[in-house]
Design a protein around this ligand. Structure first.
Ligand code: DLL
Length: 433
């Protein structure tokens, strides 16, 4: 019944996985050496040739690729297949500098769809399910990736794209959607809108959600699970490697299994570039070993994460990544203290607030300032100043004990912070301007 559970791959022994990875890595290195002059030059500068790479154990010899390389090589410099063999591009939103454009051959698309199909299957999807896809369609990979996976599993697919929340809820109810795919912040927004319409979890047919594309905390997961009455699964990926489905959660919900037959994962010390062992936090680096059109070797994601090879109760053997804590470039340094937005989110959700907040950073008289604006939920809304001050004080204390920093906290009225239909933008750092 579960067509895209592939136990021969997903529960393979470590020896088998390493053998596949070694064979594919050797082939991929030859491919980029022969077909991607930009990468060949990088390898030559680094003093390494394909003969030096005999297996996964030699991965560390290869140079890293970074976002800066992708910008420099834009648009065709890292292309690994003739353009007439490419059938699609996708692109990141590119808030700073040039966008990243990734190319796909048909076989790259097929493998990507397979990764997304595995993710859906791990969340319980079968061909009996109706899968509502509320990730954006277009250059963003979320819509197209989950759409391809949903077709492979055989679900009835609702290609909604993001936005138009009332229509989402209408289709969800009329078409009996059982699986929802969107960003976690949009899932929260959908839940909030349902409540406003007087709908309870019993009124909606959903059983599971597949949420990713941005960092979200365990507290936010609990919140979404309660509001929508579903099991909420995490999914991870990035445009440069294909899109969603690089890693996905199983029913154990103890980290995301990385599709190791397609990607080799490493954790490195972001300062020194040294590989770190299991359990140590560092920057996630990926090597794609099956992609033809856009084959990236040792690509630095800037995502801060931990890996574990410990046995998973679901039976899958592929290495798991913890929820990314944030990105090295999301990390705020406030008065010398490293702050991840996800830490602030944890404090707020533990105190009963929703994930509708904004972090404002500025510099006044040469000193960094941190302000957190938090929405009151409709239930806690009041104009009693004493009560508001008391609540603000509690949050300030919570933030001080989590971060070791004094923050200004401002409680604002429900629905006064703009909602996101895609990835939420929660940090406004005015120091850079
Ligand atoms: O966000 C691909 C995607 C679409 C993943 C739908 C999951 C679901 P990009 O726009 O290129 O691709 O952004 C990639 O988003 O490096 C992470 O920083 C972040 N990210 C993606 N998934 C997660 C997640 C898509 N589950 C960047 N948790 C990545 C935390 C995530 N961060």
């Amino acid at each position: 019944m579960e067509r895209y559970y592939q136990p021969e791959i997903e529960t393979a022994s470590r020896e088998q996985i390493t053998a596949w990875q070694s064979e594919r890595l050797v082939r991929q290195v030859r491919h980029v050496w022969n077909d991607v002059p930009y990468y060949r030059r990088k390898m030559e500068e680094h003093g390494v040739s394909p003969d030096d790479i005999r297996g996964v154990g030699d991965l560390y010899k290869l140079p890293f690729l970074s976002k800066a390389d992708l910008r420099e090589a834009y648009p065709y410099g890292l292309l690994g297949a003739p353009l007439d063999e490419c059938v699609r591009i996708h692109s990141t939103s590119g808030t700073t500098g040039k966008r990243v454009v990734a190319f796909y051959t048909q076989s790259d698309i097929d493998l990507w769809n397979e990764c997304c199909a595995r993710a859906l299957t791990a969340a319980g999807a079968t061909k009996e399910d109706v899968c509502q896809i509320a990730y954006g369609y277009g250059l963003f990979t979320g819509g197209a990736g989950l759409d391809g996976g949903s077709h492979k599993v055989g679900c009835l697919t609702l290609p909604m794209s993001s936005g138009n929340t009332e229509r989402q809820i209408m289709f969800m109810r009329d078409m009996n959607a059982t699986i929802l795919c969107c960003t976690p912040s949009y899932a929260e927004y959908l839940g909030e809108s349902m409540k406003e319409l007087g709908l309870t979890p019993e009124d909606i047919p959903l059983k599971a959600g597949i949420f990713g594309a941005e960092a979200w905390s365990e507290e936010m997961r609990r919140d979404i699970e309660q509001t929508l009455g579903i099991k909420a699964y995490d999914i991870y990926g990035l445009t440069e490697l294909s899109g969603p489905g690089v890693a996905f959660e199983c029913s154990a919900q103890q980290g995301m299994h990385i599709n190791e037959d397609h990607f080799i994962a490493e954790i490195i010390d972001p300062e020194t570039g040294e590989p770190l062992p299991d359990g140590q936090q560092g920057e996630l680096v990926f090597t794609s070993i099956t992609k033809r059109a856009f084959p990236l070797l040792r690509y630095r994601t800037r995502d801060v994460c931990v890996l574990t090879h410990e046995k998973c109760s679901c039976g899958r053997t592929h290495v798991r990544m913890a929820k990314p804590r944030g990105r090295t470039d999301d990390m705020l340094i406030i008065r010398g203290v490293n702050v991840f937005p996800s830490q602030i989110e944890t404090v707020l959700l533990n105190l009963g607030y929703s994930a509708n907040y904004q972090i404002l950073v500025d510099r006044v008289n040469h000193t960094d300032t941190l302000e957190v604006r938090v929405e009151m939920t409709p239930e806690m809304f009041t104009d009693n100043m004493g009560e508001i001050t008391g609540r603000q004080k509690k949050i300030v204390e919570g933030l001080r004990s989590m971060l070791g920093l004094a923050a200004k906290v401002t409680l604002v009225a429900p629905k006064s912070i703009v909602r996101s239909e895609g990835k939420a933008v929660r940090v406004i750092d005015n120091r850079k301007i």
